[in-house]
Design a protein around this ligand. Structure first.
Ligand code: PAF
Length: 289
């Protein structure tokens, strides 16, 4: 059933709306997005509704998390459809600001991220997490959510935001939601729409590699280099370039080097390019969901 969604573009208007909701005794839940929504995003909203009564989603393609050579200009934009989708899952308000609302002339402050942001995507996208941390801080300051929900497909992003919220003593509970996959295993992503039919077939190598590592881990394999090779072999033949295939500590994200055995849980994380599309995927071995 669709709800009536309030569309908000102004920062103070959003702050006021959320304050009014709290005055009525509501709890505010928040799902930040960059739009081009799919079922994975809608699952984040459904999760947020378990924690709060008044749900705000944002649609904002954040320029500071894109490098000049990345797909900011081409990033899919579909705001009207996105709002219609958000209405079907009971979002109360959608924040769709202009870039100048979030980054008004003269602004200069950024949130500096640390060790959690350094490995994996931090190597090939060195400004990405600073941009994410900055925009998420701004959005948290406007919405003041008690709970904010992020997808685990962006595992490192979730870890950086959790670290930031703890370090900066933000009064918000950050909830991670399991990856939502297509029936053939492809992790849902706004960027999947860039894939041609042939590229989409090749993109299945990511989930196939993860499934192989997961199976081996369940059968008792603990050598990090063997687990890594199972994934790497799948991904490398199918993709045009590989940013990383890593076995890492799920808390610190530090890579577990060849020769070091993995423990009870281990993160397998992948970033690669299929055609021009950069895809990421991951699984925590030894964990469900
Ligand atoms: O995951 C995303 O869509 C973005 O990185 C986020 C968290 C909305 C910040 O721009």
């Amino acid at each position: 059933m669709s709800t009536r969604v309030k569309i908000v573009t102004g920062a103070e208007e959003l702050r006021h709306l959320c304050n009014e909701a709290r005055k009525r005794g509501e709890s505010v839940g928040f799902v930040p997005t960059m739009g081009a929504l799919h079922a994975g995003h809608l699952a984040l909203v459904t999760e947020a509704k378990k924690h709060a009564t008044f749900i705000v989603a944002s649609i904002f393609i954040n320029p500071t998390q894109f490098a000049p050579n990345e797909d900011f200009a081409a990033y899919p934009r579909d705001v009207e459809n996105d709002i219609a989708k958000l209405a079907t899952v009971g979002v109360n308000a959608v924040f769709t600001p202009e870039a100048s609302t979030i980054y008004p002339p003269g602004e200069e402050t950024r949130v500096r991220v640390g060790r959690t942001a350094a490995p994996l995507c931090g190597i090939s996208r060195p400004h990405f997490f600073e941009g994410v941390a900055t925009v998420v801080t701004k959005l948290f300051n406007l919405v003041g959510p008690c709970t904010a929900v992020f997808g685990k497909k962006d595992y490192q992003q979730l870890a950086v935001i959790r670290r930031m919220a703890a370090d900066l003593m933000m009064p918000v509970t950050v909830v991670g939601h399991p990856i939502v996959r297509e029936s053939d295993g492809l992790a849902m992503s706004s960027r999947n729409r860039y894939l041609s039919a042939a590229d989409r077939e090749r993109a299945l190598s990511l989930s196939r590699g993860l499934a192989k590592a997961s199976r081996a881990f369940k059968e008792g394999e603990r050598r990090s280099e063997t687990l890594r090779s199972l994934v790497d072999d799948e991904v490398r033949v199918a993709s045009d370039s590989v940013d990383y295939v890593e076995i890492a500590d799920p808390e610190t994200l530090v890579a577990i080097q060849a020769g070091q055995p993995v423990g009870e849980r281990a993160l397998v994380a992948i970033a690669c390019r299929i055609g021009a599309t950069r895809l990421i995927d991951n699984e925590v071995l030894g964990e469900n969901g």
